[in-house]
Ligand binder design. Structure first.
Ligand code: AMP
Ligand code: GLY
Length: 430
């Protein structure tokens, strides 16, 4: 089986590692990724939206199956390019990835189909409407409608200190995009539920909790995600009914898309806020989460290429997972997130990493003259698993010491103290 993976970050490095175990891996990426390149039978280094080059390279190599991973490439229709070159695809076409790149479409899909978990929301294109919504709702969250790499959302009481500041940001978005999405501010604990989907059925992965804030104690600006943990079939602050409710929302969403003639095939990512009233939908993504992909893939027991193969066939293979705990932590360059230092060397001591029992996945780095160098984004993810969360977290910290460079991370992710805070928070809300 010849499978092509499009995309090159830590998430894709983990996907590549799985695929290469059971299939011949081919990869398409804009620059050579030091982790994916050696796992690949062959790689095409080019702009993945270059239809001509991508199509002819897939044909020449007899590629059978394709998976496009990053949101930006799904929005640009790279899955559609593969499909029109005769490759079977396990990622969504541009129109079904709309669930991610058009937040207003996602909100209205839930509304049309009366799917539970929808927070109050309003798409606005003038400041007066926005002001009326804020007066009615109190604190709101302001979002651009399109993709923002997790960085465009601003929350009243956190990033926006008054209705005036909120209105100023709303006006900025209206000027830029023509509109802004306002939402009721939800209170609770966030979790991610990822599921394989074949257009009809879903096969859910274990829930994961990500940490978007840059600094220790969940402070500072939102980032692409600083790290994540999972604790088997449920997170410590969840009850079985919460997971069932979230799965049902995902299934109903897949049903709704199919009934509208836009079936979702690929990995659906539900980001939920577990509130006093149960899980509410923060957003859907049309792909694996980054870092959450690494948590789930460390536990996956079913060959990934076989699951991918079953998606375009509409005959979804159920995925089996270990019940272990996992911890993923990102190492980021000095100055991240506002001004990550570029071009700095990163060294991974493979022996030391092995001793720690952890793994390292390269993110936004590149190879040059035998060295691995940083960009301004997240550099390396370390990932570990163990029957206990405490041991998984220790393995992750040990793995971090095996990596040298001008890098920092959040030492609190996955620790008992932070998890206890989450459980207490949820306890107060319920
Ligand atoms: P997003 O880019 O949509 O994933 O949002 C980034 C972060 O903003 C989320 O991880 C949440 O922490 C927060 N957020 C988004 N929407 C809401 C909401 N309606 N209520 C409270 N927090 C939210
Ligand atoms: N971890 C958040 C995301 O992948 O969007």
């Amino acid at each position: 089986m010849k499978v092509v993976l499009v995309g090159a970050g830590a998430r894709e490095h983990a996907i590549a590692e799985h695929l290469a175990r059971g299939a011949s891996l081919y990869s398409i990426m804009d620059k050579p990724h030091p982790g994916i390149l050696p796992l690949s039978t062959d790689s095409l280094i080019c702009d993945p939206t270059d239809r001509e080059r991508v199509s002819s390279w897939c044909a020449e190599n007899g590629i059978e199956l394709g998976f496009v991973s990053p949101d930006a490439l799904l929005e640009k229709g790279v899955t559609d390019i593969l499909a029109s070159a005769g490759v079977k695809v396990a990622s969504p076409l541009r129109e079904s990835a709309r669930i991610e790149w058009d937040k207003n479409y996602a909100r209205n899909l839930l509304l049309r189909h009366k799917i539970p978990g929808l927070p109050g929301f309003l798409l606005v294109n003038d400041a007066e409407e926005a002001s009326a919504f804020i007066s009615r709702m109190g604190d709101v969250v302001v979002k651009p409608v399109g993709l923002t790499g997790g960085k465009g959302v601003r929350i009243m009481g956190e990033h926006l200190n008054s209705p005036e500041e909120a209105l100023a940001y709303i006006s900025e978005l209206i000027e830029k995009d023509g509109h802004a999405l306002l939402e009721e501010k939800l209170e609770g604990e966030e979790f991610t539920l990822q599921a394989f989907c074949d257009g009809t059925r879903i096969s859910a992965m274990p829930p994961v909790q990500d940490h978007k804030r840059a600094f220790v104690g969940d402070t500072g600006p939102n980032t692409g995600g600083m790290g994540s943990y999972s604790t088997g079939p449920l997170l410590p602050f969840m009850e079985p009914g919460d997971l069932e409710a979230a799965k049902s929302i995902m299934q109903l969403t897949v049903d709704a898309m199919r009934s509208e003639g836009n079936p979702f095939r690929g990995v659906l990512y539900g980001q939920f806020m577990l509130t006093r009233g149960g899980p509410k939908v923060i957003e859907f993504n049309a792909r694996f989460g980054d870092p959450e992909a690494m948590n789930a893939l460390m536990l996956l027991r079913t060959p990934l290429h076989e699951i991918f193969q079953s998606i375009p066939e509409g005959n979804l293979m159920g995925a089996a997972f270990s019940t272990d705990c996992t911890v993923v932590k990102y190492l980021v360059p000095e100055g991240y997130p506002s001004a990550g230092k570029k071009g700095m060397k990163v060294d991974v001591d493979r022996q030391a990493l092995l001793k720690c029992g952890g793994k390292a996945y390269f993110a936004s780095v590149y190879g040059e003259g035998g060295a691995v160098l940083t960009t301004s984004s997240r550099a390396v993810a370390v990932a570990s698993r163990d029957a206990s969360l405490g041991h998984a977290e220790e393995k992750a910290e040990c793995s971090i010491r095996a990596i040298s460079g001008n890098l920092w991370h959040r030492p609190d992710i996955g620790t008992a103290a932070l998890v206890r805070k989450r459980v207490e928070h949820m306890g107060r809300l319920r």
